[in-house]
Structures are given as C-alpha cells and as structure tokens.
Design a protein around this ligand. Structure first.
Ligand SMILES: C[S@@+](CC[C@H](N)C(=O)[O-])C[C@H]1O[C@@H](n2cnc3c(N)ncnc32)[C@H](O)[C@@H]1O
Length: 498
C-alpha cells in the first residue's frame, strides 16, 4: 500500500504511517477469550454473507480477528487492518493549508481512511500541545481517542491528517475496536464524487476562545473551528474584517469523538423499539400523538426535508413511511440492532462528555473576555429555531397555525431540557472519569437517553403536525389558503386555488 502513495512536492515533512504508533505503552495483545467471534457463514452466492451489514461484529463496530472469523479469508470486516482505503489525493486549498480530495466516487457510509498517528496519554497530549504552542505551530493534529488516550498526527500520521474541518461536512469520524484497541476512521456521510474535498466536523471543545477562523464557506458556518462547543458559544463571536486568521497562543486539541454536540440516536430507531429495553419503558413507549414518522432527518433542518418528501397527490408521504422501517429489516432484527445502538449511545455519552471537558495547557482555562476576543458584536442566538419559526404562519387556518405552534413550542422546550440535562449530568460523568470507571451510573444514562427520546418525540410530533396540516390543505385542494401564502403542493393533481 505504502508504495502506491506519492506525496506531492512542497508538503511539510511528516512521517507517513499506516498503523498507529504507540508511545509509552505497547498495543494490547488479545487473549483468545477476548476475541469477538461473529456468527456469519460464508455463502459463495451471497458475498454480503461474509461479515457484511448483518455481522454481529460490524453492528458493534468491531473488526473481526484474523484466524478467528468463521468466514476466514472471505471476511470483509477487516478494513482497518487491511488499510482498505478509498483513493484520495492531496491538494493545496486557499487559506486552509493542504486538504484531501476524493480521487474516486465514494459511497455514503464507506470507510475512507484511518486517522493514524502516535497514540499518546493524556499527560503526553498536554505536554505536546504546550510544546507545539510554544513552537508556533498553527495546524493542530491531536484528536481524542478516549478519555485516556489521544492520537497525535503532527509528526507521524496517515493522509487523514490533511482532512480539513467543515461545518457542513461530507465525512464523519467513527471509532472502531480493532484487535482490542480503539481506532478512528473517516467515513463518508453522503455520496462523494471524485474531485470533491473531504471534510469532517472537528467539533473540539474550546475553552480558549478564538484561535482559528473557519474558512469552510458553509452557509451554516460556526465562524471558528470548534465554535460548536458550549464554552465557545457563550461568547457569540463575530469576526471582524482585518482580524488575523490565527491566534497562535492556543493550539487546540480537538475531539473526534462525535460530530455532533450530543451523541445521536440513529435515525432508524423508532420509538416502539424502546418498549423492550429494560428500565426505559416509562417514557419512551408512548405512542406519538400525531402520526408517527420514521426514517426522516431529525435535525433542525427537518422542515426543509419535509417539503421534499411530501408529494401531495403522489404516493410518498412521511406518514406512509411510518408503516415501513427504513432499514427494510424485520422488527426482530431491528430490535436487536436497537439494543446495540442504544449501548453505543450510552458509551458515546461517556466518551463524548469526558473529552469535552478536557482542558489543555494554557488554552484550557477560560480567559477574560477582553483577552479572548478581538472585537465582538452580539449575534442572534435564535439560529436553529428560526428555521421553523414561520412555518405556522404558512397555514391558512387558525387551528392549523395553533397546532403547529403548540408542537413547535414543545419541540423547543424539549431541546432546552436536553441542554439542561446535559449540564446537570456533566459533573457525574467527570467524576466517573476521574475514578477511572468504565460505565456511567445507569440513572445518569437513563436520564440522558430519556431527554433525548423526549426531544426526538417532540421533533417528530412537530414534523407530523406539519405534514398532517399540509395533507389537509392538499385534500381540500388548497381551498381556504391565503392568497400567495399557503403552501403550494408541487406534483399535486389538483393544484391549490389562488
Ligand atoms: C488536521 S489539520 C488539517 C490539514 C492542514 N490544512 C494542513 O495543511 O496540514 C487542522 C488544521 O488545518 C486548518 N484548518 C482545517 N480546517 C480549516 C477550516 N475550515 N478553516 C480554516 N482552517 C482550517 C487549521 O489550521 C487546523 O488547525
């Protein structure tokens, strides 16, 4: 593999490695008892049978161990170990140093490359970040592996070290267990065509304030690398023309743990699945009130996607989707997957919140406002909510407007509650980390999952209410809509009257 990659001229020197290099400790040696063995059986007529999506190890983000996998050489679940990378190419960006391009079409979900570097301890990470800071290094390459270990790709690394940050990324980081060690991979979030720059959201915890101005150019850009972190947002930065891109007095450690501020419950989990999970019944088994909607995007942009997926007069609506799970799997298969996913959410909670509290050297403690910020203006904090703000006003009837507003209000309350639960459980997570224990107390996990579920439920109810009212209008052929303001149903056989 190594000989295939020719590095371009002018690239700052670094040592190109394909496997992590352990500093201060040896990589774990797996005992036979610790090896996770799947139940796959290779069927020559079905290549997917050899550790494809249905493989127990794949479902738990664990690679199969050579010599132990029942599919032997046919096993497809050893991508990190075999460096099964997508073709990529280095290029020079404008203002963001070097970047990495897709050099072939890449499919959503595909493993692109491993983020390799030196595996170092927390102490070493602190020490190195201070030293890089002192040397005036502008580019930061340290990511968090878990609460105790970090990957530093500054001196030694794979080409993943060149992937830049974007607030609207086409890739994400995922952690896999490979031969007993955690490793970080870059995976495609969407289909990526050849020639497109690869990016992921660094989302590192930022206590030191403005350091690197984000030049990703996305419409939703957070302005600074790491600006999604709560510590940073509190200040509502707005960059002024003429300010330098870098303030080098703080070199960040960023966290690859999650691309979102909170662990995400996978979109394909539907509420009924929680009914079977011990201890979680109480709040999550409730039926959705206004048409259950599964398989839709659940983020703040859901209103846009709703417009796309409602084909009035056609056959596809989100309410119809409720009958079928997006995965196309049986209920049992999905229940099993839900269990694994929920476990992953809980462990994500631990690693995410732990690393978010990691303070680095002099950049770790919040500085006084005047020290931190070149100049500031107040920015609207309404950001996310404004996406849905005027949806209610689009509906012609008062009843529809009131209903949509009611669900919108509930949605906002649930979001606020999730945020406060996050603040509340944070000390418990920190304490647990300090004690070196592996699991957070179940009550903390339950609270967290509960707040998440409540938020998703509120989001779903809001979306369902919007769909329902859209469909009402369509069924009535648009009659009663305010001239020029009612939603117009494209593709409808019976267009709304103006
Ligand atoms: C992991 S390195 C990425 C590769 C880097 N561009 C290089 O030339 O080696 C991270 C550094 O790249 C720069 N960078 C990455 N994404 C950026 C963005 N969206 N805007 C501005 N600078 C960015 C920052 O200096 C950051 O510390």
């Amino acid at each position: 593999m190594e000989h295939l990659v020719k590095l371009p001229e002018g690239l700052p020197s670094f040592s190109h490695i394909y496997h992590n290099d352990f500093v201060g400790r040896k990589p774990k040696k797996m005992k036979d008892d610790d090896v996770a063995i799947c139940f796959c059986k290779y069927d020559p007529n079905n290549p997917e049978s050899a550790c494809g999506e249905g493989c127990l190890n794949v479902m738990t983000s664990t690679e199969c161990t050579p010599g132990h996998c029942p599919c032997q050489d046919h096993c497809k679940n050893q991508r990190f170990q075999n460096c099964e990378y997508a073709k990529t190419k280095l290029f020079q960006t404008e203002g963001r140093g070097w970047g990495l391009l897709a050099d072939e079409d890449i499919k959503a979900g595909q493993f692109i490359i491993e983020y390799c570097g030196e595996v170092i301890s927390l102490e070493e990470a602190k020490h190195r970040s201070q030293s890089y800071e002192a040397q005036g290094l502008k580019d930061a390459y340290i990511i968090s592996l878990n609460s105790n270990y970090f990957i530093d790709a500054t001196k030694k690394g794979s080409l993943a070290r060149f992937i830049n940050h974007s607030c609207l990324p086409n890739c994400e980081t995922r952690k896999w267990t490979v031969l007993g060690e955690t490793r970080v991979g870059i995976f495609a979030k969407v289909d990526i065509s050849s020639g497109t720059e690869l990016s992921y959201n660094y989302n590192f915890e930022w206590y030191g304030g403005a350091t690197v101005r984000c030049l990703c150019g996305a419409a939703n850009c957070c302005l600074f690398l790491g600006a999604k972190s709560p510590g940073f947002q509190a200040y509502n930065h707005v960059w002024e023309e003429g300010d330098d891109r870098y303030r080098v007095e703080e070199v960040p450690l960023y966290d690859s743990a999650e691309d979102e501020p909170f662990p995400r419950i996978p979109e394909t989990i539907s509420p009924f699945k929680f009914e079977s999970l011990d201890g979680l019944e109480a709040d999550y088994s409730q039926k959705l009130e206004v048409g259950d909607v599964f398989g839709q995007e659940l983020d703040s942009s859901n209103t846009v996607k709703l417009h796309n997926s409602v084909q009035v007069g056609g056959t596809t609506t989100n309410t119809e989707k409720a009958e079928v799970l997006e995965s196309g799997k049986s209920k049992e298969e999905d229940m099993q997957q839900a269990f694994y996913q929920t476990s992953a959410v809980l462990s994500g909670l631990r690693s995410n919140t732990a690393s978010q509290n990691f303070n680095v050297g002099s950049g770790s403690s919040p500085k006084k406002r005047s020290q931190r910020l070149p100049k500031q203006k107040k920015r609207s904090t309404g950001g996310k909510q404004s996406n849905t703000k005027n949806i209610a006003a689009l509906f012609p009837s008062k009843e529809a407007q009131e209903e949509v507003r009611k669900y919108e209000e509930m949605k906002n309350q649930a979001a606020a509650n999730l945020k406060s639960v996050y603040d509340e459980i944070r000390p418990a997570i920190e304490k647990h980390e300090r004690d070196g224990q592996d699991n957070v107390p179940p009550s903390v996990g339950t609270k967290w999952v509960g707040a998440h579920c409540a938020k998703y439920k509120a989001d779903l109810n809001f979306s369902a209410s919007v769909i329902k009212n859209f469909l009402d209008i369509a069924q009535k052929g648009g009659s009663g809509s305010k001239a020029g303001t009612g939603p117009k149903a494209s593709g409808s056989g019976d267009p709304p009257k103006e």
